[in-house]
Design a protein around this ligand. Structure first.
Ligand SMILES: [Fe+2]
Length: 583
């Protein structure tokens, strides 16, 4: 049975499952080169079907993530409003909008509720119409179709992708989706699912974090990781901001320990910050927001464990992209086993929707790796290189041992980009679309940051660490309990880690966000790092995503070459070729 899971909206993505096994997965951003693209992923459907040697008539079921489908324009509006504070609207509509935003939550909801209902109805009807047109164009309009609610997608993706087994608890949390911001589900030994708690979007812990991101002048739904990165630089007086501004905002519902409650509507949290946080230091605000999510989520987990006695847990939804939160959860005594879905934002909902349908029919198979995207053969890569070498001065060679050559260049202290095999699914590089550097030299940090990535100065890089070296660098790491293969959790660092991986750790708190690699998952990448270890004694490399500032992780040879050409990068190992850009 072939199932196509589709998430249309922010981070639009598609997954193809055959008989419960993931065949391929790709996000629209990889094709249109727009980070978190919300364009309907029609091109992705075409690419995945072609890659699998299928036509649309071979698809038995289409699983759509989300019950509520919004039209494309609503995502443009969302960002415009978030970024510009609604100032772009003018005239009567602008005045009404300003009034609606300015009024206290209760009054605004009372006065504008009929207008909002109408607006919502129209949006959803337009969204459904657009979806129908897109499916028609993809040849899928007549295929049996099911809509799976947003948080069920998050939960299904985490549970099935990570080889879920009962009895277990599944926690989902995000800004909101289908009007829900968090859920807890119990799965028993026989595999029966029971939803124990649902939190609405008015008590959204993820919504608070996004509003804080916006308040700090960064892009919500995208730059939350920057707030997390900033938080460790705050001093203890961030506690005052936490107690006064953040702590009162949300708590565990005393009537239902599986859900959150809020004394204020968290959809108005940005206004709350404007009223109470102006004048507070930016790092203290970041630290207070981080403390809030850590404390409330840990309390939520502890109550759920206390109520059910279940000590194995799975986590999905955008909130769990926060690796510092995940670190606290992983260290929590209440749980014996913790499983975090990599790239668990809405891009994972195409996967969750497909798994939800597959699970109705029989067994699902977990993801054994994330290299699920597009691969290019040597011929295709060479054709691309030829186009670039016509107008640029490039030295292109084909070394016998490319991995060994890259390790040698890295050991000399140079930075090398790597494009190999199929692109990894999700937001983080797992080595196939990567920029690599020597992790034990601080110059690596400055070179990659200043000449290539142009990131904010407080943001750390991360390492890929060989499984054999992980116990030397990571505190409390174990392959059985905390394997960390996807850069989705963080660890405190042991002394050798602080020196040998100094360019790849968070300088504010000394933590590492590693990809711990076992050879079976990616043999060529593993051997490259092992060759680097043979030369330097360091069993790890600094690994950051192959992209330019503000762009998605590269997927195609052309995107990789554009990154080489438009940055301070000198070396790119692409397919079997080593490209050196002449100064
Ligand atoms: Fe979500």
């Amino acid at each position: 049975m072939n199932i196509l899971g589709i998430h249309a909206g922010h981070n639009a993505s598609v997954f193809l499952l055959r008989d419960g096994k993931v065949i391929a997965g790709l996000s629209q951003e990889k094709l249109d080169d727009v980070k978190n693209s919300a364009t309907f992923p029609g091109d992705v459907i075409e690419v995945l079907l072609k890659q699998a040697g299928l036509t649309s008539s071979a698809i038995d079921h289409v699983a759509i993530a989300g019950k509520q489908i919004y039209p494309r324009r609503s995502y443009d509006y969302l960002f415009q409003r978030e970024v510009t504070d609604g100032r772009t609207r003018s005239g009567l509509l602008g005045f009404a909008h300003t009034l609606e935003e300015a009024l206290p939550a209760r009054l605004s909801s009372l006065l504008f509720s009929p207008l909002r209902t109408l607006r919502q109805k129209r949006l959803l009807s337009d969204g459904r119409k657009e979806l129908e047109e897109h499916l028609q164009a993809a040849g899928l309009a007549q295929t049996p179709r099911t809509h799976i609610d947003h948080h069920t997608c998050h939960a299904r993706a985490a549970y099935h992708a990570l080889a879920g087994q009962g009895p277990t608890l599944i926690f989902t949390a995000d800004g909101s989706g289908d009007h829900v911001s968090a859920t807890v589900t119990a799965v028993d030994e026989a595999g029966h699912w029971t939803r124990l708690g649902v939190t609405g979007e008015g008590a959204s812990i993820g919504g608070i974090y996004s509003a804080t991101t916006r308040f700090l002048g960064m892009r919500p739904l995208e730059h939350e990781y920057k707030v997390m990165g900033l938080a460790p630089y705050a001093k203890s007086y961030a506690d005052a901001v936490y107690e006064r501004v953040f702590a009162p905002a949300v708590d565990i519902d005393p009537r239902n320990p599986f859900r959150f409650t809020s004394s204020l509507d968290t959809r108005k949290f940005y206004d709350h910050l404007k009223a109470h946080a102006v004048g507070e230091r930016f790092d203290n605000i970041a630290a207070a927001a981080q403390r809030l999510i850590e404390e409330r989520v840990l309390a939520w987990i502890q109550s759920a464990v206390a109520e059910t006695g279940i000590r194995r847990a799975y986590f999905g939804g955008g909130l769990f992209m926060n690796v510092k939160l995940n670190k606290r959860i992983q260290e929590c005594d209440h749980l014996d086993h913790t499983h975090f879905l990599p790239s668990c934002g809405d891009e994972s909902n195409a996967l969750g929707a497909a798994y939800a349908i597959a699970a109705q029919d029989g067994a699902t198979q977990p993801l054994d790796h994330l290299y699920l995207g597009m691969a290019f053969d040597a011929q295709e890569i060479e054709t691309c290189l030829n186009v670039y070498s016509e107008r640029l001065q490039l030295d292109i060679t084909r070394p016998d041992d490319l991995g060994g050559k890259v390790a040698e260049i890295l050991a000399q202290g140079h930075v090398v980009a790597r494009f190999a095999g199929a692109n990894e699914w999700g937001a983080r590089s797992l080595g196939n679309r990567a920029i690599l550097a020597h992790p034990g030299r601080m110059e690596s940090f400055f070179t990659v940051n200043d000449q290539i990535k142009c990131r904010d100065f407080w943001m750390p890089f991360a390492p890929t660490i060989l499984d054999t070296a992980a116990p030397r660098y990571l505190k409390d790491w174990s392959m059985a309990r905390t394997p960390a293969p996807h850069m989705i959790t963080a660890f405190d660092t042991l002394p050798p880690g602080r020196t040998e991986l100094c360019a790849a750790l968070h300088r504010g708190d000394g933590t590492l966000r590693p990809q711990v690699l076992i050879r079976d998952i990616n043999p060529d990448y593993y051997d490259l790092i092992q060759a680097f270890e043979d030369k330097t004694g360091i069993g790890a490399v600094l690994n950051t995503s192959l992209n330019l500032h503000g762009k998605p992780l590269a997927a195609t040879p052309q995107q990789a070459m554009d990154t080489l050409v438009n940055s301070g990068l000198t070396y790119l190992a692409i397919g079997p070729f080593l490209v050196r850009k002449r100064a």
